[in-house]
Design a protein around this ligand. Structure first.
Ligand code: GUN
Length: 286
């Protein structure tokens, strides 16, 4: 039997409609229109696509947006100066610095400089600390999108074994904390994990976020498990995830497609986080 697809495209569209309604209500109430500024440094082709998608999504729901494109050789001082001016600009509610950054820029220094109230990525140490302690202000977009999908499809997490593959600050670490918060038993796997195959085989929930096709093979998938594929690997034949989708879908109960699974949810949650930042900064109840 084939798995039920976790439809991120449709779910993201529902979130976007909700955000659009909320933005319209804010405008009617005389508040400032939510505004996001994204900074992209250099010419990473994938980042160009992602940032363009984010800007288009903002426009669709009535969020104002600006993209600042800085040259590859931008110094840390210059980038910090841009962030300081955006922090001080009352018309800007959300600031996003697209990752990855060129090697001369230290992501942890950059992320800490963004005002935690304007941090729509949820990467500021204050926001990560709150997430860690179970009192989140803003949840990183991809992990938040994954949790919304699991909730929407009524997938129980309590007491279940979850394997998260990939320990990035963007996905692996925060999604592990969120799953733990729902009382799943989480194993966070990475490139040095021994017996990855055995860990995944035991898992009732799998989140694959490494950026390598076929990291999860059909043979590793447990029957009736839930497979969340965060991978976006551009191959000659098109976009594929980290999971062998054709084989995995024959064994899993639920699976996210690539494209159309987690990707659209990330963008929708960015809109959601930007709306919330604009509300918070204008003292409007969420
Ligand atoms: N690069 C890949 N994913 C993300 C994300 O969610 N936020 C930012 N800022 N950069 C990314």
């Amino acid at each position: 039997m084939s798995a039920i697809l976790l439809d991120g495209k449709k779910t993201a569209e529902e979130i976007r409609e909700w955000v659009q309604t909320e933005v319209s209500a804010m405008i009617r109430a005389g508040c400032r229109v939510p505004r996001l500024t994204a900074i992209r440094v250099g010419d990473d082709p994938a980042s160009e696509v992602y940032v363009r998608n984010k800007k288009n999504a903002c426009e669709q729901v009535g969020i104002e947006s600006e993209v600042r494109i800085l040259p590859e050789r931008t110094s840390q001082e210059e980038l910090l100066h841009h962030i300081d001016s955006l922090n001080a600009d009352e018309s800007v509610h959300g600031i996003l610095v697209q990752l990855p950054l060129p090697p001369q820029l230290k992501p942890e220094v950059i992320q800490e400089r963004v005002s935690p109230l304007k941090d729509v990525d949820g990467f500021h140490p204050d926001n990560l600390g709150r997430l860690f302690s179970g009192n989140p202000r803003v949840v990183p977009c991809t992990p938040a999108g994954i949790m919304v999908l699991l909730e929407k499809y009524g997938i129980p997490l309590e007491g279940r074994r979850a394997a998260v593959i990939g320990r990035s600050n963007i996905v692996g670490k925060p999604v592990s904390i969120l799953l733990l918060g729902k009382n799943a038993t989480v194993t966070l796997c990475h490139s040095k994990t021994r017996d990855l195959r055995e860990v995944v085989r035991e898992a009732e929930i799998v989140v694959a976020a490494v950026g390598k096709p076929n990291t999860v093979t059909g043979e590793m998938v447990r029957k009736d498990s839930v497979i969340i594929d965060v991978g976006m690997n551009r191959l000659e034949g098109g976009l594929v995830g980290d999971v062998d989708f054709p084989k995995a879908k024959e064994k899993a109960a639920y699976i996210t497609p690539v494209p159309g699974g987690v990707g659209p949810m990330t963008v929708a949650m960015l809109l959601h986080n930007t709306l919330n930042a604009a509300k918070r900064l204008q003292q409007i109840d969420p």
